[in-house]
Design a protein around this ligand. Structure first.
Ligand SMILES: Nc1nc2c(ncn2[C@@H]2O[C@H](COP(=O)(O)OP(=O)(O)OP(=O)(O)O)[C@@H](O)[C@H]2O)c(=O)[nH]1
Ligand SMILES: [Mg+2]
Length: 257
C-alpha cells in the first residue's frame, strides 16, 4: 500500500473513505486533493453503482495510483450503508484509522492534516462547523438554520457535548469503532453521523472537535431530501426517549457497554 505502510505519526495507517453517488464532476478533484494534502493516506471510494459513471472514473484513478481503491456496491443504499462497508474494508485491510469525507468539495482535504494531528490524542475527531475558528461558506440560510437547529436538538435530546453531531468530516480510530458496537447502527441517511456521535459518546471514547472550513457544493446534485431530514428527526427523538428510560427497561444492545 505504498507510503501508507509507515502511516501517520501517532495514528497509524489511515484510510479516507469517500462515499459517492453521482459525483462524476467531483470525484477526481477530491481524490487528487486528498492525496496531495496528506500523501501517506490511502483512499477508498465507496460507490453505489452511480449511473453517471463515478465508479468508472474512480477505477481509472485506482489504476494509476496504488493508494486509491474502489469499493463497487450494487446500488444506492444510503450514506450509512456505504460507510459501514468502507469501515469493514478498512478493518479487513489492517488500517488503524478511517476518515469520513464527502466527495462534493464541502470538506476541504486541506483541513485533513489538522484533523489527523488532533487524532494523535483522540479516538474520534469531528471536523466541526460550529466551534470557534470554523467557517461556513456559501451555505443558504435555510441550510444554516437546519444545521444549527438540528445540532441543538441532537445535543439536547441526547445529552452529548458535541457541537456538530451531523457533520460528516471525521476521523475514527478502528479501536473506537470496535468499542462503539456498530452492529446496532440503523441509519440510512445523514442521521448516521448523529448515530455514530451518540455511540461514541456512550462508549466513552475521547472525542475532540476541530474547526473546519465548510463550503456549499459547487458541482453536482445534492442527495439531501425531506425524507433524510425526517429520518434524522425521528431517530434522534427515539434515541432521546430511549436514553432517558431506566436502564432495566432497555433492550439488550442498548445497555451501556
Ligand atoms: N455511496 C453512496 N454515497 C452517497 C449516497 N448518498 C449520498 N452519498 C454521498 O455522500 C456525500 C454527501 O452527500 P450530499 O448529497 O453532499 O449530502 P449533503 O452534504 O448532506 O447535502 P448537500 O449539503 O446538499 O451537499 C456525497 O459524497 C454523496 O455522493 C448513497 O446512497 N450512497
Ligand atoms: Mg454535500
Amino acid at each position: 500500500m505504498g507510503e501508507a505502510a509507515g502511516g501517520q505519526p501517532g495514528v497509524g495507517r489511515v484510510l479516507v473513505v469517500i462515499p459517492t453517488y453521482n459525483e462524476a464532476d467531483n470525484v477526481a478533484d477530491v481524490v487528487v486533493r486528498v492525496r496531495r494534502a496528506v500523501p501517506a493516506v490511502d483512499v477508498l471510494v465507496a460507490d453505489d453503482n452511480s449511473p453517471d459513471g463515478t465508479g468508472t472514473l474512480a477505477e481509472a484513478m485506482a489504476a494509476t495510483d496504488g493508494q486509491v481503491h474502489v469499493l463497487h456496491r450494487p446500488g444506492k443504499q444510503g450514506l450509512g450503508a456505504a460507510y459501514l462497508a468502507g469501515f469493514g474494508w478498512a478493518r479487513q485491510h489492517g488500517y488503524d484509522a478511517v476518515v469520513e469525507m464527502d466527495a462534493d468539495g464541502s470538506h476541504a482535504p486541506e483541513d485533513l492534516p489538522a484533523l489527523l494531528a488532533a487524532a494523535r490524542d483522540a479516538d474520534v475527531v469531528i471536523g466541526s462547523r460550529w466551534v470557534g475558528g470554523a467557517r461556513v461558506v456559501n451555505w443558504p440560510w435555510r441550510r444554516l438554520l437546519l444545521s444549527r437547529c438540528g445540532n441543538l436538538y441532537a445535543r439536547m435530546a441526547l445529552g452529548m457535548p458535541v457541537s456538530d453531531a451531523t457533520g460528516g468530516f471525521r476521523v475514527y480510530r478502528l479501536s473506537a469503532l470496535r468499542a462503539m458496537r456498530l452492529e446496532s447502527v440503523c441509519s440510512q441517511g445523514y442521521s448516521f453521523q448523529v448515530e455514530l456521535s451518540r455511540l461514541a459518546h456512550r462508549a466513552g471514547v475521547r472525542i475532540v472537535e476541530v474547526p473546519i472550513t465548510f463550503a456549499e457544493r459547487e458541482r453536482g446534485a445534492s442527495k439531501m431530501s425531506p425524507l433524510i431530514v425526517a429520518e434524522a428527526l425521528w431517530r434522534i427523538t427515539t434515541w432521546g426517549l430511549r436514553d432517558r428510560r431506566p436502564r432495566r427497561w432497555r433492550r439488550g444492545h442498548d445497555r451501556w457497554p
